[in-house]
Design a protein around this ligand. Structure first.
Ligand SMILES: [Mg+2]
Length: 435
């Protein structure tokens, strides 16, 4: 297939009515999970995509966090086989003990997406309807922009994003950008006050390019102490950033509390945190952070991230979504964002990848329209994979190959297996294990 044919077949599939995708023969109470398979797309990061199959032909797609691995989802397969996929909360509770922070939250998150995709297809409703109401028709995006050591060139790069239609911006502001200048960086690797003046020249150049009223955030400062982070955040105050991101590790909520209390630059963190109780509660309930930024591919996807955002909202804290994966996880995040009362903006990390939108069919193209993604009303997540394009970009050979090696439990808590070998009352050794 040529590229043109691929795009044509993609738009043909997109033109099919949504009702054609609904399995009208499905019988919800008899629905059972029969398989979980995966494949990995090699892109700006690896995108591990999973598929959960059922006994009625309905299946769901999900995605492990970008740059994670599919195994973190596949080890959950044995916990889900034979279960009704519509029992979303029970199924998620069963796999929650195996969800960790960072990329280790990606398996749970992929399963959440796939279960909402299945349930939406079965009931004929978009995934957003399963977790709430549609509060907005399109989701505002900000895009990652690669920096440059020349402030003028950096400003020009950001202006190009604005010309593409984006209305919200984020710049990388590495301390290393100024480390070659005399007296700019101290012995612990943080910018001196002189170095901070140089860093602020980059912010000023970007501000001059895109306008001083445009929302502009910044991240990637390097490893900072709490006191250094306070100096950075105060130096940024004249530029009224939308936020300064990940000044210190998200696990240090006490440090964040000190920083947030010491500056008017809004603080933000959370892209590597999983779960409300496990990852976000301390940051939120101690009002240690001004804005939270869960990545739905780590934080627990639709259902858990909804809980996190609602908790944040009750403390007056807005929610930004971090995102750097494929269109599958992207649309899952769009469904989530549509329902959030305190949603601000969501990240997009693949602006410069021409084939990114071609990975899927089912949604209007272009996927991004004037810096926004329209919220689908089609059942489930509303996307199908474009097999030919996915196959063209696989990290490893094989497209959703069988996974019998994950049929048995690989990770588990207490499991009553039995019967156990022992001597009975007559002294006979019973239940000996033989192969
Ligand atoms: Mg970040």
């Amino acid at each position: 297939m040529t590229r043109r044919e691929l795009i044509q077949s993609a738009s043909l599939a997109a033109a099919q009515p949504a009702s054609a995708q609904v399995n009208k023969l499905s019988s919800p109470s008899q629905l059972k999970i029969t398989d979980m398979r995966a494949c990995t797309v090699a892109a700006n990061y690896d995108y591990p995509i999973i598929r959960i199959d059922t006994n009625q032909g309905v299946y769901g797609l999900g995605e492990v966090r970008d740059a994670g691995v599919k195994g973190i989802a596949l080890i959950l397969k044995a916990h889900l086989l034979g279960k009704n996929p519509l029992s979303i909360e029970s199924n998620l509770a069963a796999v929650r003990p195996f969800a960790g922070q960072g990329r280790m939250g990606g398996g749970y998150s992929a399963v959440d997406m796939a279960l909402h995709d299945i349930a939406g297809k079965v009931y004929g409703v978009p995934a957003w309807r399963l977790i709430g109401e549609k509060r907005r028709d399109k989701i505002r995006l900000y895009c990652d922009t690669t920096g440059h050591n020349d402030p003028k060139i950096y400003g020009h790069r950001m202006l190009k994003r604005k010309q593409m239609g984006f209305t919200f911006f984020k710049m990388d502001l590495y301390t290393s950008m100024v480390e070659d200048r005399p007296g700019a960086v101290n012995q612990s690797g943080a910018a001196t006050d002189k170095g901070l003046k140089y860093l602020c020249e980059y912010i000023a150049a970007v501000r001059d390019a895109i306008g001083w009223d445009a929302p502009l955030a910044a991240d990637h400062f390097g490893r900072l102490s709490v006191n250094d982070a306070i100096r950075y955040a105060r130096a940024f105050e004249p530029y009224q950033l939308a936020w300064a991101e990940d000044l210190i590790p998200y696990t240090n909520w006490r440090g964040y509390k000190k920083i947030s209390d010491a500056t008017t630059t809004p603080t933000l963190t959370g892209e590597d945190a999983f779960g409300l109780e496990e990852g976000f509660q301390n940051l939120i309930e101690n009002q240690a952070i001004d804005i939270i930024q869960p990545d739905p591919e780590t934080s627990g996807a639709l259902r858990e991230t909804k809980r996190i955002a609602e908790c944040a909202d009750s403390f007056g804290i807005p929610t930004v979504l971090h995102f750097a994966g494929s269109p599958v996880g992207c649309m899952a995040s769009v469904h989530l964002a549509a329902t959030l009362k305190n949603f601000v903006v969501m990240e997009h990390h693949a602006v410069d990848m021409p084939w990114w939108p071609d990975l899927v069919t089912g949604v209007p193209k272009p996927i991004i329209q004037s810096g926004h993604i329209p919220v689908p009303d089609t059942p489930g997540l509303g996307v199908e994979l474009n097999e030919a394009v996915v196959r063209e970009h696989l990290r490893y050979p094989g497209y959703f190959e069988p996974t019998p090696m994950f049929d048995d439990f690989i990770v588990s808590g207490y499991r009553r297996v039995g019967p156990w070998p022992h001597f009975d009352e007559d002294g006979n050794y019973v239940n000996k294990i033989t192969y």
